[in-house]
Ligand binder design. Structure first.
Ligand code: FAD
Length: 279
């Protein structure tokens, strides 16, 4: 069931590498993924100063291939004048897309800043730059880990979209029902923008388990058990991961998801294999 996917609305997320070797690898990953005609690439942003300059540099390097590249921008730990300057710089260099987030402060570091939540950042971007940027925000089909309840988190999501977002990208999930439920509820509350599923390819169980605990994504028991059983057999983990994620993506697309956003972790192979399996 291998076919080249070109008409699909896809995007790929990268993180800013910290070494020259990491940068070179990212450029190879970008080139391999660029062949799949993505709508955009995006580059994550570290709150609290850890990777902010690297995000800007990485965005400029990634977009040299001619594909729109969206910097992620988080407001926690920042102030309005810093954000204003960053927006002006992005605008001046021709950036048209942003992923707007509250972000997380590294534990024990820094103070929250002038804008407390992503809805305030979206409002600020609109006030400062009008319609210049296409703004994406984050959605959490299984609830944000700090949210007191699903309902409260959904209200906060709706507020953030209504502040001026053009699209939402979800946290990754493995249970499509959680996504359908989230989309249905958000739509019933007046959200009209596309809600694009975030997809995490499975390549390494230990890292996946750690990430998932931190961001509140549920790994269903049957997947967890199977991955645990493979132990150090990374080939079997990858093969099983490819099958699970390909099926998830196919189902989401068949059921009308508006596109797919891949958390690539700067690796091309796992994402390309999933794309090759889609019909
Ligand atoms: P918010 O929408 O502000 O929500 C944060 C919490 O506050 C939620 O519990 C929400 O229910 C609550 N809340 C929201 N608004 C209000 C309000 N007005 N009043 C009271 N409570 C409120 N992190 C990074 O550091 N860098 C990145 O580049 C990055 N990229 C990401 C990309 C995607 C697609 C996703 C899904 C996540 C990304 N993250 C990134 C993680 C994200 O920063 C964290 O999940 C963070 O904890 C929340 O950011 P947010 O924009 O969703 O926050």
């Amino acid at each position: 069931m291998s076919s080249y996917v070109s008409s699909l609305d896809i995007s790929f997320e990268f993180f800013p590498p910290s070494t020259e070797a990491g940068h070179e690898k990212l450029m190879r990953t970008r080139d391999a993924l660029a062949e799949r005609d993505p709508r955009f690439f995006s580059v994550t942003y570290g709150a609290g100063g850890s990777t902010q300059a690297r995000t800007t540099q990485t965005v400029q390097a990634v977009r040299e291939c001619g594909i729109d590249t969206a910097p992620h921008l988080s407001c926690i730990g920042s102030d309005k004048s810093t954000l204003r300057q960053l927006l002006a710089d992005y605008r001046q260099t021709g950036i048209r897309k942003l992923v707007a987030l509250r972000g997380d402060l590294p534990s024990g570091m820094g103070v929250p800043g002038e804008l407390r939540y992503a809805n305030e950042l979206v409002e600020f971007i609109r006030e400062e730059t009008g319609d210049h940027f296409e703004i994406a925000v984050a959605g959490y089909p299984e609830s944000h880990p700090q949210a007191p309840s699903f309902e409260r988190d959904l209200e906060n999501f709706v507020r953030k979209v209504k502040a001026g977002a053009d699209v939402a990208i979800t946290q990754y999930f493995f249970n499509p029902e959680a996504y359908y439920h989230f989309v249905e509820r958000a739509t019933a509350m007046g959200v009209e923008v596309p809600i694009v599923p975030g997809i995490m390819p499975i390549t390494n169980y230990t890292k996946l388990a750690r990430f998932s605990d931190a961001c509140g994504a549920d790994i269903p028991r049957w997947i967890r058990k199977q991955l645990e059983a493979y132990g150090d057999d990374s080939e079997s983990i990858r093969a099983f991961g490819e099958e699970v994620i390909s099926r998830l993506c196919q189902r989401l697309l068949d059921d009308g998801a508006p596109g797919l956003h891949f958390y690539t972790l700067n690796q091309a192979d796992a994402t390309l294999k999933v794309l090759d399996n889609l019909s």
